[in-house]
Design a protein around this ligand. Structure first.
Ligand code: FES
Length: 389
């Protein structure tokens, strides 16, 4: 007798929601903002407190949209950045009431913000300015709030500066310090117009526990916290994508360059490795690129101990002779090699092969082992062969 089996349909069911009258496929767990951005690009819904590398926060409400259900004419207004999209949802991103709500929100933000755009260091590269233009602000209808011009600029830190009269309380710096760097230095004190970002126990950047990662400066949509080295608005700068030269993580960097000089370094949000973040070395320690004392060609120290320019052939001969001499006089274990985490696997393989097979010792290490521990040990003990021989 033929047996029939009931085979369950396990094909994943495609779910849809509508954006401005058209159905689009949604992904489980995404917010309305990411759903709309995925189908229409990132410029579709204006945002202020949202950032690609931070959890949704819902502070500014600039991303407001209207949502309703089929057969239910009643719509409600929600913040797109932290409202999950649901199957069958009808989303209106540009209705008249939403446009006027966004405009009203920005007007209220501007009552508490100095309107000195023309002289502001981030003029032309300010998210508040962009959003204000986008929602059509020509003038602010409300009386000025407290625009906090009495708040002193904090210039205590070598890398970051803060001008809290420009703060719009989006909390992006606080969340970056918390969620990205995990340092919890920044927080908010006070309420209403008096609320303000503080560092540590309301101290200066320099006195606080800040580790100078600069995540707050990158997160800030205005110039409330910015990098000392850069003017975000410098005209004529080129953006070059590159990889950090420091450790083995390989963080992606976006370098602003003008006339061959580095102006600033930011971390791109779309980089798989570092997702909009770097440590302080990657972000701020770039002066060596243009430093006049940077080595640009091989040099050998003469008998007086002064460095003299040499050719690569001379340098290779010098190194080979020195290594041979050390090995003959003291044995192969008097030589060690420290390889670099910024080299490729193949280069590191060759280095260990050279040290083991050619020199004849197992004294080989790499700076990636617990962040520069062998390099630091070498520096501390000062046993660089040049000093001893
Ligand atoms: S961007 Fe959604 S509430 Fe600010």
């Amino acid at each position: 007798m033929k047996t029939s089996y009931l085979i369950p349909d396990i094909t994943p069911k495609v779910k849809y929601a509508s954006i401005n009258g058209q159905n689009y496929e949604l992904k489980a767990g995404e917010s309305i903002l990411s759903f709309v951005k995925r189908h229409f690009g990132k410029e579709t819904i204006p945002t202020l407190c949202d950032a690609p590398n931070l959890e949704a926060f819902g502070a500014c409400r600039v991303c407001s949209v209207e949502v309703s259900r089929p057969g239910n004419g009643q719509s409600r207004t929600v913040a797109a950045c932290h409202t999950p999209v649901e199957e069958g949802m009808i989303i209106q991103t540009e209705s008249t009431s939403i446009q006027s709500l966004r405009k009203n929100i920005i007007e209220l933000v501007l009552t508490d913000h100095p309107l000195d755009c023309l002289t502001c260091e981030v003029n032309g590269n300010c998210e508040l300015q962009d959003v204000a233009a986008r929602v059509g602000i020509r003038k602010v209808r409300y009386p000025e709030g407290k625009n906090h011009l009495d708040r002193q600029k904090d210039t205590s830190h070598p890398y970051m500066t803060s001008d809290l009269s420009k703060c719009i309380m989006c909390y992006r710096c606080v969340r970056a310090c918390d969620e990205v760097q995990g340092q919890l230095v920044l927080s908010v004190m006070g309420r209403g117009f008096d609320s303000q970002i503080i560092k540590g126990a309301n101290e200066s950047f320099m006195e606080s526990e800040c580790v100078s990662c600069g995540a707050c400066a990158q997160a800030c949509p205005t110039s409330a916290i910015s990098d000392v080295f850069q003017s975000k608005s410098l005209v004529g700068q080129d953006k070059v994508k590159t990889v950090c030269t420091y450790c083995g993580v390989g963080c992606n960097l976006e370098v602003s360059v003008k006339s061959g000089k580095i102006l600033s370094i930011q971390a791109p949000y779309d980089a798989e490795v570092n997702q909009g973040h770097t440590c302080l070395k990657g972000r701020y320690a770039f002066k060596f690129y243009n430093h006049p004392e940077r080595l640009q060609y091989p040099m050998i120290r003469n008998v007086q101990g002064e460095l003299e320019r040499a050719t690569w052939d001379e340098v290779y001969d010098y190194i080979a002779n020195k290594l041979k001499k050390i090995k003959t006089e003291n044995g192969p274990d008097s030589i060690a090699g420290i390889s670099s985490s910024r080299c490729t696997n193949e280069e590191n393989y060759l280095m260990q092969k050279f040290i083991r097979a050619v020199i004849g010792t197992n004294n080989i290490d790499g700076c990636a082992r617990v962040c520069h521990s062998p390099t630091a040990l070498r520096n501390a003990k000062d046993f660089w062969y040049r000093c001893s021989y």
